[in-house]
Design a protein around this ligand. Sequence first.
Ligand code: SF4
Ligand code: SF4
Length: 117
Amino acid sequence: MFFIESLLEGMIFMSISINKDKCVSCGRCFSVCPGNLISGDRDGKADIKCPRDCWGCTGCIKECPTGAIEFYLGLDIGGNGGHLEVCDYKEFLQWKLVDRCGEVKVVRTYKEDANRY
Ligand code: SF4
Ligand code: SF4
């Protein structure tokens, strides 16, 4: 029962997932999260205690220098179980969308134009 609930939760709710093998314990995601949801575990690696409290601002993902954080696209935001990764290339951010079947789409957003409407 617990397994089914966990599986269902993972499909439904957007959140982040942290790859601790890639985390270098820089702490940048700790300080940027507006909800203080991320802290260090016993080894100093990033850890999110309440992933369902994440409201998807993507601040931590954009801040991480090693790509250790992915944004999971749950059904609650119209996602289908894919995820989003971000790379910072100084003048632009490169967003890599990987859908549930592994298909990849890449979008670049230029920082200079990011807040223009
Ligand atoms: S996406 Fe935003 S709210 Fe969610 S953990 Fe990262 S910084 Fe916090
Ligand atoms: S920003 Fe990335 S590398 Fe730094 S602590 Fe967070 S997850 Fe680890």
